[in-house]
Design a protein around this ligand. Structure first.
Ligand code: FMN
Length: 163
């Protein structure tokens, strides 16, 4: 399989965008990810796939708390900021600390607070499954979308279009 062709093909699968955040001691950690999915209702599980070379990966271990920040259309800057490698990505971000000490971005479309349930092998990535502990969402916001390497947003309200 040609990696470029594989990547280009997968780019046709339009997704939302998340920033996965956590902490390790005093250090705040976050990275942009679109490999997020719901996984199970009972127990409530989600998953995200993280590159084994990602500097954020070292913060993940079983039962460790983390948050999935589902971005809305006005958070493209956060998306780009957290797609950079290493360093303190929180200097330019607006966030608060959750009860578990995990940084949560302000103005999210939705937030899912989890603890690491399992870490599975997936080729050059790890599949992190998260046990959902707390959720919140804002119906007034529109999602940030990612398609063929570009960002976009919905200009038509699909809740109206679907009627
Ligand atoms: C839209 C978008 C989606 C991304 N999705 C993922 C992903 O699902 N998993 C992943 O490991 N990296 C993903 N990345 C790349 C990481 O955000 C990037 O490698 C980042 O530098 C990792 O930071 P770290 O090395 O400090 O952990 C994505 C980047 C963008 C822009």
């Amino acid at each position: 399989m040609n990696p470029k062709e594989f990547r280009n093909t997968m780019g046709n699968f339009a997704t939302g965008v998340t920033v996965i955040t956590t902490s390790k001691g005093e250090e705040l950690i976050g990275m942009t990810a679109n490999s997020f999915s719901s996984l199970s209702v009972d127990p409530p599980l989600i998953l995200v796939c993280i590159d084994k070379k990602s500097t954020s990966m070292r913060a993940f271990s079983r039962d460790h708390p983390f948050a999935v920040n589902i971005l809305q259309e006005e958070q493209e800057e956060a998306c780009s900021g957290f797609a950079k490698k290493g360093g303190n990505k929180f200097e330019r971000a607006s966030y608060y600390l959750s009860e578990t000490g995990v940084p949560v971005l302000e103005n999210n479309m939705a937030t899912i607070e989890c603890t690491v349930y399992d870490i599975l092998e997936g080729g050059d990535h790890y599949i992190i499954t998260g046990y959902v502990q707390n959720v919140s969402y804002n119906n007034e916001k529109k999602p940030l979308l990612f398609f063929r390497g570009k960002f976009g947003s919905i200009f038509e309200d699909i809740t109206i279009a679907a009627k």
